[in-house]
Design a protein. Structure first.
Length: 387
């Protein structure tokens, strides 16, 4: 059994490449201090994202994937209720999770958000008198799409379980529960060294890039409408759309000379798409963060993003790195797109400013700082907060 004073277990419902990279960077720093880090997940992938590679590609982090348990009466009953209120299937705790926690016997349990699966791990930590840390996008006043009033009340009820919070949005830094617990701001981040501007992007036509889920929430229909209005004004541009989702068929039926589609793209192909664009647009009406905004900024693209995206507070400095817009206001979207089209020099300057801001939240830097936050909570660093 591992030394409980040198062991961290991270518990998450599912994997995502950007989250796994963040965990890995934390684990890398902790390893230098003699810690081991294990990531325990219910699902090896994610139901709502077709990632080919969830991101496990290093030796810093041990992955334990419990897999989807067989359907049980309890599981069917819970998910039957959640579906009726518009919530996707939840992962419920199972005995395998408890066995893994007993086997590793960690000093710290770090859980992401409030799924029953993660809450079981936090409960285990409370019973064993171990430190429990929460990473979350949710603060005291989240937007309606992120958390219902009932859900927020529940979050406050279970706040006593945690001795520290890793806030992954600015909204999450504005928390009152758990009372007195230290809060560390570490937004969803990427390796900005892997994304960079191109010196030869689109010499002929100005290219706008949209990448994200193809659904109403992300605003793809509003993007198409804005582009039609630009085309009616005889503007010369193109729109590149990447992603998949329920509106994929609808989008494929839009026969416009300025529109091209690339489907779901990841890895180096996605980075190349950013390099071949001139500006990034995402008039989303509901993203707790939107990691693609960070990717676009790191690639040196000016940002036109719906003000409801959590990344706006972190990465959009109005008129400097881009524009935060009313996601439902197509006229405002047209205005901001026109401004970049008519002044490509300004667009490039804004893009370079966006990259400099994105570099401040590079995943390697945040990994080191988060590791320091975690060890400080245990009292390993002199003068740090203790449980």
């Amino acid at each position: 059994m591992n030394d409980p004073k040198k062991s961290l277990v991270i518990v998450s419902k599912a994997l995502a490449p950007y989250r796994v990279r963040f965990y890995s960077e934390v684990a890398k720093t902790l390893k230098c201090r003699g810690w081991t880090t294990t990531l325990v997940v219910a699902l090896h992938g994610a139901k709502d994202h077709p990632w080919a590679d969830p991101g496990i590609d290093n030796q810093e982090l041990e992955l334990v994937s419990l897999g989807i348990p067989e359907e049980s009466f309890l599981r069917r009953s819970i998910n039957g209720v959640t579906r009726t209120i518009g919530i996707s299937d939840v992962e419920i705790p199972n005995i395998r999770l408890i066995k893994e926690l007993n086997r590793i016997d960690p000093e710290i349990v770090w859980t992401h958000e409030y799924s029953p699966f993660c809450l079981a791990a936090s409960g285990w930590a409370a019973v064993r008198d171990r430190v429990s840390i929460l990473s979350t996008d949710i603060g005291d006043h989240p937007p309606a799409y992120a958390c219902s009033p009932g859900g927020l009340r529940f979050h406050r009820m279970v706040g006593f379980l945690y001795q520290g919070v890793i806030a992954q949005t600015k909204e999450a830094t504005r928390r009152s529960e758990p009372a007195g617990a230290p809060i560390f701001f570490a937004p969803h981040a990427i390796d900005t060294d892997e994304y960079f501007p191109s010196d030869h992007r689109c010499p002929v036509r100005f290219r706008f890039l949209f990448t994200g889920a193809l659904d109403d929430r992300k605003g793809i229909k509003r993007v198409i409408e804005a582009c039609r209005r630009l085309a009616m004004k005889k503007r010369d541009f193109e729109l590149r759309v990447l992603g998949s989702g329920p509106l994929s068929t609808w989008l494929s039926e839009q026969r416009e000379p300025w529109l091209s589609m690339g489907g779901f793209v990841e890895g180096e192909r996605l980075r190349e798409e950013y390099r071949n664009a001139n500006a990034y647009i995402l008039p989303t009406s509901g993203d707790t963060y939107a990691v693609t905004v960070h990717e676009a900024a790191a690639s040196g693209l000016p940002l036109i993003v719906g003000h409801m995206a959590g990344a706006v507070e972190t990465l959009v400095e109005e008129g400097v790195t881009g524009h935060a817009i009313d996601s439902k206001n197509v006229e405002e979207l047209v205005l901001r797109m026109t401004g970049l089209l008519e002044n490509p020099g300004k667009a490039k300057t804004m893009g370079l400013a966006a990259r400099e801001l994105a570099k401040l939240y590079d995943v390697k830097l945040l990994g080191k700082r988060t590791a320091e936050f975690i060890t400080a909570i245990t009292g390993e660093t002199p003068g740090s907060p203790k449980r």
